[in-house]
Design a protein around this ligand. Structure first.
Ligand code: GRF
Length: 206
């Protein structure tokens, strides 16, 4: 049986789209069981609908974090998910959510963590003068952008870069690396030692 992914978005959904493309191209053996957005105007919802995937809006405005997360857990649990992938989901998750999917939540962040966590990782790297930045796929735990790192990809920061140019370069790397990280986690060919995610020898490095 194919492993099932739940995707959480808040915006344009290009990482979600890249995951869907990897699946369609037969590069990632999984299916997207549900896409949930906390914003009705998220562009990613249109992509989901075009692809014929179940797309659900759960508005978060005015709802407490715990109530919202409990609602989301309930929705996600209907689909028997193997993995929850945050793809530009702009809300912190409470322990209610983390515990329901312990060790089965991934996020992608636009910097080489632990450098530049939080908002605007690309702008932080640029203004700090970093010469190399990139993206990180990590497990989500209760600390912001701090769970064990599954995969990273680096890009150069060029002298003429603006935030938009650098973000675009990082985004290309994100689109490549997220599916690879999902593949690794779904395969189960890794173990976690302390903060380290260590691949089994059988899992090829791509
Ligand atoms: C990406 O830069 C991702 O790293 C960050 O939010 C952005 C989402 O972009 N977490 P998209 O919605 O996937 O296009």
């Amino acid at each position: 049986m194919k492993k099932k992914l739940g995707i959480l978005i808040s915006g344009r959904g290009s990482n979600f789209e890249a995951i869907a493309s990897s699946i369609r191209a037969g590069k990632l053996n999984a299916e997207i069981a549900v896409v949930i957005s906390n914003r009705a105007d998220a562009g990613g919802l249109d992509i989901a609908r075009e692809l014929g995937l179940p797309a659900i809006v759960l508005p978060s405005k005015g709802v407490s974090r715990e109530d919202y997360d409990a609602r989301m857990v309930e929705e996600l649990q209907k689909h028997g998910l193997d993995l929850v992938c945050l793809a530009g989901f702009m809300r912190l998750l409470s322990p209610v959510f983390i515990r329901a999917f312990e060790g089965r939540i991934l996020n992608i962040h636009p910097s080489l963590l632990p450098a530049f966590p939080g908002l605007d990782g690309q702008a932080q790297a640029l203004s700090h003068g970093a010469r190399i930045s990139g993206c990180t796929v990590h497990f989500v735990n209760e600390d912001l952008d701090a769970g064990p790192i599954v995969m990273q990809a680096a890009v150069m920061v060029e002298d003429g870069d603006t935030v938009d140019v650098l973000s675009e370069r990082i985004l290309k790397a994100e689109h490549r690396v997220y599916s690879l990280a999902i593949e690794l986690v779904l395969s189960g060919n890794y173990r976690i030692e302390g903060r380290r995610v260590i691949r089994s020898a059988s899992h090829p490095l791509k």
